[in-house]
Every structure is written in C-alpha cells, then in structure tokens.
Design a protein around this ligand. Structure first.
Ligand code: ADP
Length: 660
C-alpha cells in the first residue's frame, strides 16, 4: 500500500494487487485443498454401488435431473472451487477414456486425500506421500493384471458380454430391465464392431428416446431413427427401396437477403417473381428426381465408343450401358415438338415415344443428331414447365393433384433419381407443397450428426452443393417409414434395411424425460463396457473384491520399503478399502465388520473374488454373482485417482481473489 498525490495535490492510496488477494501457504494450503476434494468425494460416496442413492439436480433454467452417474452429477453441480473442479475433471476423464467407473474414481481420490491428510498431520512431507502413492499405484496396477481373468466370447456367444453389461446396469435406476437393456447394448456393439481388428466405433450407435411407452419397449433398430416427420402430412408414410438425397444445402428458392431491395410495384412483377421462384424450385426438384448429368454422361460414353468401333448402335445397348434400364422420354424429335405444342398432344407424344423399341438402328452419323435432339428436348421440357405454370398451375390446391399431374413433367418414367430428400435446412410451405405435388417426399431440419449417420448407414454421400447431386451420391434403404406414437402427433422416421447395416439405433421408451435421459446415460455406460471388453477381454471381479485384493497386496509390499514411503504405501492400501466400505455402507451393512470379514475370507481361502454381497444374494463370491468389471477400467480408476491426488498434494501456495 502506498500514498500518492494526483496533479491537484489530492492524496490517494495505491493498493498493490497482491494485497487484494487471499493467500494460503504450506500445510494450510494443502489442508484447504484436501478439504475441498474430500467434500466432492463425500457427495458421490453415497451413490456408489447397486444400492447407491440417486441425486436430484436442478439446473438454473429449472430442468431437473435424477441420476447416480458420477460424471453427470459432477457435470451439473455448480462447482466454484478450483480443486473441486479438478475432481470434476477426474470423473470426466474416466468417462471419456472408459465410460464407466466415474463414481468409483472420485470416491477413491477422496479416500486417498483423506489418508494423505493424516500423514501430513504426522509431519510427513507431501512429496514423500506423493512418491509413496505412486509406488503403491504401480503395485496395484500390476496386481490387477495378475488377478485378471480372460473371458471368451464370440459374435455367436455373447452371453459373457451381456452379463458384464448387466453388472454395470445393476447399479442404475434402470436395473429393473437390466437383462433386456444389456442384450440391446451388446447387440448394438456387435453390430458395429470389427471383431478381427478388435475395434468398435460407438459413433455408429445412435441413442434416441421418446417419452411414452414402457422401459421394456426399448428396442434396437438396425438402421437410423430420426426424430422428425415427413415435411407434408400428405406425403407417403412408407417408401420402399428408397433412394435418398442427403442435402446440407438449402432446398428452396433463394430468398432475398435483407441487404438487397426488390421493388415490386405491380401485380405482374409480383407474379413474375413468384413464377421464377417456383421455376427455380421446380428445377431443383426435377434435378433430384432425374439426374440429367448422369444420363448424358453415360449416353455420351456409349455413343462415343460406338463411333470409334464403327458399329451400329441400338437403343437397348444405350439403356443397358447407362444403367438406366427403363425407357426415358428424352427422345422426342424437333419435328414432333413443332407438331404438338399443346398439353394434350404432349401426352400423346409421350406415349408414343416412351417405347424404345422400334427406334431403329443409329449409325455413326447420328451422334451429333442425338445429342442435339437431347438438348432441344431439354429446352422444350423447360419451356413446357414454365408454360404449364403460366397456364394457371401456380396456385394448386391439394385437391387438384390428380387433375394437374399431367401438367407436370415428372412421371414415374423419370424416377431414376431420388425418391426421398433429407435436408439439413428447412423449406417454406410453398416449397413443401410443390414437393408434395412432385411426389418427392422430404424430411427437413435434420441435424448434422444425424445426417452423417444416415449417410453412413445408407451408403450415401452428404451433398453440400445442389449442383453436385448425382445418382452415385444417393443413399439406399430398403424401407423408410414414418411411425406415429400414442395419440399425440409425435412421429419419427425409421430408416431400415440400409445398404450398410453397421449403423444402428437404440430407441428408448420411458414414462418421462428424466427416465429417458437416465436410461441414455446407463446405456452409454453399458456400451462402453462392451466396447472395452472387445478391445481387451480381461476382467476383474467387482463388488470391491479387486480393491480388497489390491489392498492386501499393497499392504504386504509396504514392508519391503525401508523409507518413509512405507507409510504412504500403507495409507494407499487403507484408501483402497474405502470402495468396499462405501459399497457395504450404501447397502445397509456394517462397513468395518463386513470389510474385515471379507478381507480375512480372501486371505484364508486365497480367493480374490470375495467382495461385498450388496444385494444379499447369500454369497460373497463375485464370480458366482457374475459381478465383473473390465481390467482397463479398474486400472484407469487407480491411475487417474493417484495422479490427481499427487497433483493436489504438490500445491503449497494458493493465491485467490479475496471475497468482499
Ligand atoms: P461407477 O459410476 O463407478 O461405475 P456404480 O454406482 O456403477 O459406480 O457402482 C460400481 C460399483 O458397484 C463397482 O465397484 C461394482 O463392482 C459394484 N457393483 C455393481 N453391481 C454389484 C453387485 N451386484 N454386487 C456388488 N457390487 C456391485
């Protein structure tokens, strides 16, 4: 603090910034940090295990979450303290790497901090404690590998996988349906897994939920479910053998931006603008359904080949080579155009020209003529289209569809392109109406992640620019259907029998939103466990048995260290006991008595599968209870918890802004 004077001689005080801050040093800093870490761990301790309690959290906007998932609880807690934030990060890291064991890792870290505090109070330097913890964590890591078991499973016999997922689900709210949910999770993982490479891409599994129905109605769909409906209620609800255009570009006429000004002072100008907009969109729809470019390309290649071969060309070859197969109505001649300008005669000419038979043989000299003819016909098609709209089809009502169908050039003959459009953008009512008239079903406002999944599942390509749409980029699905739920207007789109069946959807049903969200989190844990087992099929037994076994091993190893570290190593062994104690306490058992009984049983019977009988099954043997955990998950828990505690112990100076 210093006294200074301004240019008018008025005194003022300069406070140095440091003095506005509170500062904790040495043991005080460590004690404060340990207290913060322990406080977070205490919150999660009661949620551990199959009998763990749930937490109800309310977000600032009033949304309520009920869960016992450690990562979710910490995520939603409004934590201010920096050390508490480290614990939140710890749980998040476990979730990110392994997906399960998020509560256990924080409880373990809390226990390590508690033991460290006792050592610090006895005068042991924090660095020695940190070193001892590091040694003990390595001993535990190796011991876990020794007591791990391999369990065999295959695509055909997935029962062991299902049982492991059931262990994960047994501690969740959804444990009523743990068998069926575990089966769904395993089937989903196996559907997207590459068992040879031992790799699972969980991104291919979409988890979708809808309020209504029972948890038992949750199902696995080999395809994608999108929480959207057809853009128009009169569009078909079911499309078989769908060819899907997946667009991330707007699917409507360009709208004038705010910075542009359009003066419309007469009805005619307005009509013209409207017609132009409509024509623009018509062209887009036409492009979706008929892929001009492809047909041209294929035709030209075939014709070109034939010119060089000097062969005569017959139209059947052209159709077959171009992959179209079906006759198309592009071959109307110039003469015919002149002769048949009216709508009714167009219909007649279409009938006559759709037959490719009788076209005769085309020789070398016809190449130029054919291409010219096609260009002319394209022009003609466009002219006709505009003409039709001008003739009064601009304001079609739904009832007019049948009468006006012939006014449109799109007939089934042309349907060699998309039969469904899925668009990331929306389109306005007029565009929607036109799409319905053009018999091109569409789904709008589909999210980016969903589009990616649809593209993967259907083998299609996401098209960011409309001009780039080609037949090869269309996705294929055996069945696309719109399903209605309950008596509400809730509808969802199911895309099934896809070209690439490796993308699947788990569709969760439940009584309320909270239940659905909690089921999603539980399924996520089960999916992660199944994935971890496919990557590495080693398991350790749960119910605290692995921790008790490690604790015995670490305790025994402590005596071999002559230095102060042995205190820290023993403290680590005591911290490992915190997990079975918490499991026992949460199950209504006497923690210390239960732990000592199980520990002595492990030593006496030399059976490292003895754990806490949380569900009162009648046996302590977790092998008999089928309570497994993945080896990598358990190892990661111990490593991550030790790292965070070491980090906290090494902080001896805490400078923070003081509270006024
Ligand atoms: P986390 O988020 O850490 O996975 P959970 O609440 O899922 O926490 O609890 C996991 C702990 O509960 C593990 O130690 C596991 O072994 C144990 N556990 C799960 N099911 C049982 C059971 N049926 N009997 C005994 N322990 C169980």
């Amino acid at each position: 603090m210093a006294l200074a004077f301004d240019e008018f001689g008025r005194p003022f005080i300069i406070l140095r910034e440091q003095e506005q801050k509170t500062r904790l040093r040495g043991l005080d800093a460590q004690k404060a940090n340990i207290a913060a870490g322990k406080a977070v761990a205490r919150i999660l301790r009661t949620s551990l295990g199959p009998k763990g309690m749930d937490k109800m959290l309310q977000s600032p906007d009033g949304e309520v979450t009920i869960t016992n998932d450690g990562a979710t609880i910490l995520e939603q807690m409004d934590v201010d303290n920096q050390i508490a934030k480290l614990m939140v990060e710890l749980s998040r890291s476990q979730d990110y790497e392994i997906g399960d064991g998020t509560t256990g890792v924080v409880v373990m870290a809390g226990a390590l901090l508690e033991q460290a505090q006792k050592l610090l109070e006895r005068g042991i330097h924090p660095i020695r404690v940190a070193e001892g913890y590091e040694l003990a964590s390595r001993i535990s890591f190796e011991h876990l590998e020794r007591i791990a078991h391999k369990f065999e499973f295959s695509g055909a016999d997935a029962e062991p996988l299902i049982r492991t997922c059931m262990t994960t689900l047994s501690s969740k709210i959804v444990n009523r349906c743990k068998r069926s949910l575990a089966e769904i999770a395993v089937k989903a993982v196996l559907a997207v897994a590459d068992l040879e490479r031992r790799d699972v891409n969980l991104d291919l599994i979409k988890v979708e939920g809808k309020v209504g129905g029972k948890l038992e109605d949750t199902e696995l769909i080999y395809g994608i479910v999108v929480d959207k409906d057809m853009s128009h209620p009169q569009m078909p609800k079911q499309i078989e053998d769908a060819h899907i255009a997946i667009l991330t570009c707007p699917f409507e006429p360009p709208k004038p931006k705010t910075k542009h000004k359009v003066d419309i002072d007469t009805v005619e100008k307005f009509q013209t603008l409207r017609q132009q907009e409509q024509k623009y969109f018509d062209d887009m729809v036409q492009k979706c359904k008929v892929i001009y470019f492809c047909i041209f390309f294929c035709l030209n290649i075939v014709l070109f080949d034939r010119v060089f071969d000097g062969d005569s060309l017959d139209w059947d070859t052209v159709y077959e080579s171009s992959g179209i197969g079906e006759p198309i109505t592009y071959t109307r001649s110039k003469k015919r155009k002149e002769a048949s300008p009216s709508s009714s005669s167009r219909k007649a000419s279409r009938t006559t020209t759709t037959s490719r038979k009788g076209k005769g043989q085309l020789g070398k000299g016809r190449l130029a003529t054919v291409v010219e003819e096609r260009e002319l016909v394209d022009e003609e098609l466009e002219d006709e289209e505009v003409g039709d709209e001008e003739e009064g089809s601009t304001s079609l009502e739904d009832d007019d569809i049948d009468e006006d169908e012939d006014n449109y050039l799109v007939e089934d003959d042309y349907d060699v392109g998309a039969t469904l459009v899925i668009c990331q953008w929306g389109f306005d009512d007029e565009a929607n109406h036109l799409l319905m008239h053009r018999n091109l079903p569409a789904v709008r406002w589909v999210g980016g992640v969903e589009l990616e999944l649809i593209a993967i599942a259907t083998g299609g390509r996401i098209v960011p620019r409309f001009q780039e749409l080609t037949t090869e980029k269309l996705g294929k699905a055996g069945l696309v259907r719109e399903k209605a739920f309950g008596t509400t207007k809730d509808r969802m789109i199911y895309i099934e029998h896809c070209a690439n069946s490796r993308a699947v959807t788990i569709f969760i049903r439940g009584g309320n939103k909270m239940m659905i969200e909690e089921t999603k989190r539980s399924i996520h844990d089960a999916l992660c466990v199944a994935r971890n087992l496919i990557r590495n099929n080693s398991i350790v037994y749960g119910g605290g048995s692995a921790e008790i076994s490690c604790s015995i091993a670490v305790e025994a190893a402590a005596d071999k260290y002559p230095g102060v570290e042995q205190y820290a190593i023993r403290a680590f062994a005591d911290a490992l006991d915190a997990i079975p104690m918490a499991l026992a306490e949460n199950s209504g058992l006497q923690p210390i008595e239960t732990l000592s009984a199980v520990k002595s049983q492990q030593i006496k019977e030399n059976n490292n599968c003895c754990g806490i009988d949380c569900n009162d099954v009648g046996t302590n043997d977790m092998r008999e209870q089928n309570v497994f955990e993945t080896l990598i998950g358990k190892q990661q828990q111990i490593l991550l918890a030790t790292q965070v505690v070491k980090m906290i112990l090494k902080i001896d100076d805490v400078i923070s802004p003081s509270e006024y």
